[in-house]
Design a protein around this ligand. Structure first.
Ligand code: FAD
Length: 465
């Protein structure tokens, strides 16, 4: 599947429905949930009714070979409100981790438990970070030890979306501390399991409609079947990790793999925040008058907005490319997932700050949503890997790819033998064009027209201006 920016009819419709949902259901209540810092259950219910809250919906989007459905949906939803958006899509993050690690049987068992059904909604959480280590996964101290047919989990988790209120917690724990992060495995801990304790709901700067918590695991006992991927796969992974450690080599981690896959998804959420802020600030600048003219007439106001519009499109292209790569299995060898996350999330902070500045005093108070978007945006340079960690990933990839050409040069080309011989830019095509030009006085006009039809650039569509 080649990279194509044209949406399919279904994608077009998905974006329209998501936008209507964001505009009509999410935006009207966003500030209220933010102020009260309350979980938006009624909005989740409406999302479920609209088909935006189910495992099949997200598997469908993740499985889309064009890669565009997921970022298009995320951008529209988060244009509405990032806090409510996170409350809606949090189970999809857990589902993504389950999808990476689980057996097909486990996927079938737990995916429906992450979302429930309209009228009987359920929640899921992905619990990786700990008080001592968010970025440094080697520092994670939660352990899981085998006890007969069960696993016993002990530890402490921090900043967990839906933590403690979720029906399904996907928990990262160390089963072999000697192997560091390579000795980690993912477990399902159902809500209400004895020993799973919600220490506190965290009081956040932004994205306040989403629930984020500190959790403790005190002798939490889960059956062996809750180890994602199963015993045999774990033993195989540990054996490989031991070999790697003994040989001084590095190997991947399921946890980090899940994050790599979700980075374009998080980038697309940040695009939604940026777009909301840019649109709002532009409308405001068009209407607000100072010194007898709309403030947008001042280049000091208009140029930063022009820069942001440019950077927004650039970040969207990076995000869609990363999402297309994830969907088609092209590895992120140059840190493309991190590039998308870094560009889109840093931009969300910049855009919301600029939108606030554009609105002066009105931007600073909660009569308008911009101050909320400013607070919401800041989370995006922190979670799912901070901006600094994205730079670590990209710079490591740069080092590893030293001397290699850009990604598109490395991709397998499409087009086949005819394209290789007569595609645009080939010597045969240039020769044919030159010959046709030389012969223009001798060749009858209809034949010449036909030759020109083949050789000329693509014509504009009738709708083009
Ligand atoms: C609202 C919210 C929701 C979250 N949701 C979840 C969730 O659902 N599940 C979950 O598991 N986690 C979640 N997190 C945790 C989040 O992923 C971590 O906070 C994040 O990874 C950063 O970890 P840390 O806070 O421990 O910061 P640290 O890792 O301590 O970093 C502190 C600072 O040092 C920098 N730094 C660290 N290492 C390096 C380095 N090598 N080079 C340069 N700079 C470096 C960081 O970039 C940062 O600026 C959430 C966090 C928040 C705030």
């Amino acid at each position: 599947m080649s990279f194509d920016l044209t949406p399919t009819v279904a994608q077009h419709d998905l974006a329209r429905r998501a936008h209507e949902f964001a505009e009509q259901v999410v935006r009207p209540v966003a500030q209220d949930y933010d102020k009260r810092q309350e979980f938006p259950w009624p909005v989740l219910e409406e999302a479920a009714q609209a088909g935006f809250y189910s495992p099949l919906f997200y598997r469908d989007l993740i499985g889309d070979p064009t890669g565009l459905s997921l970022p298009m949906f995320m951008e529209e939803l988060f244009w509405g409100c990032a806090g409510i958006g996170l409350a809606i899509v949090m189970p999809a993050l857990a589902l993504s981790a389950i999808g990476q690690a689980a057996s097909p049987e486990q996927m079938l068992e737990w995916a429906p438990e992450c979302f429930g059904t309209p009228g009987d909604l359920k929640l899921a959480a992905l619990a990786i970070s700990e008080p001592e280590g968010g970025s440094d996964v080697r520092n994670l101290r939660t352990t899981a030890r085998r006890d007969g047919d069960d696993w016993i989990i002990d530890g402490h988790k921090m900043w967990i979306g839906n933590g403690g209120i979720a029906d399904v917690h996907v928990v990262n724990a160390n089963v072999d501390p000697d192997l560091g992060h390579k000795g980690q495995a993912l477990f399902i801990v159902p809500g209400g399991t004895p020993g799973l304790q919600l220490v506190r709901k965290l009081d956040k700067l932004g994205c306040r409609a989403s629930h984020t918590a500190e959790l403790k695991f005190d002798g939490v006992r889960v059956p062996a079947a809750n180890l994602l991927g199963g015993h045999e796969k774990l033993e195989h992974k540990l054996a490989k990790a031991r070999e790697a450690v003994e040989g001084g080599r590095h190997s991947g981690s399921a946890t980090l793999g899940a994050l790599e896959q979700t980075r374009p998804m998080v980038a697309a959420q940040a695009l939604g925040i940026s777009r909301a802020a840019l649109e709002y600030a532009t409308s405001y600048a068009n209407e607000r008058e100072a010194f007898g003219a709309p403030i947008i007439d001042n280049q000091g106001i208009a140029f930063p907005l022009a820069d942001l519009a440019t950077q927004l499109d650039a970040a969207r292209l990076l995000t869609w490319r990363a999402s297309w790569m994830a969907a088609t299995g092209v590895p992120f060898e140059r840190g493309e997932g991190s590039m998308a996350k870094l560009a889109a999330t840093e931009l969300a902070v910049k855009t919301t700050e600029r939108a606030l500045q554009t609105m002066g005093g009105w931007g600073y108070i909660s009569d308008h949503p911009v101050e909320k978007w400013y607070r919401d945006a800041k989370l995006y340079t922190i979670f799912e890997g901070t901006s600094e960690i994205q730079r670590v990933v990209i710079s490591n990839a740069l080092g590893a790819a030293d001397g290699r050409p850009p990604m598109h040069v490395d991709l397998d080309p499409t087009g086949g033998p005819l394209n290789a011989w007569f595609g645009r830019g080939t010597p045969a095509r240039t020769r044919a064009a030159n010959k046709a030009l030389d012969a223009r006085d001798r060749v009858p006009a209809p034949v010449m027209n036909l030759a020109m039809k083949v050789l000329r650039p693509p014509s504009k569509k009738p709708t083009d201006k």
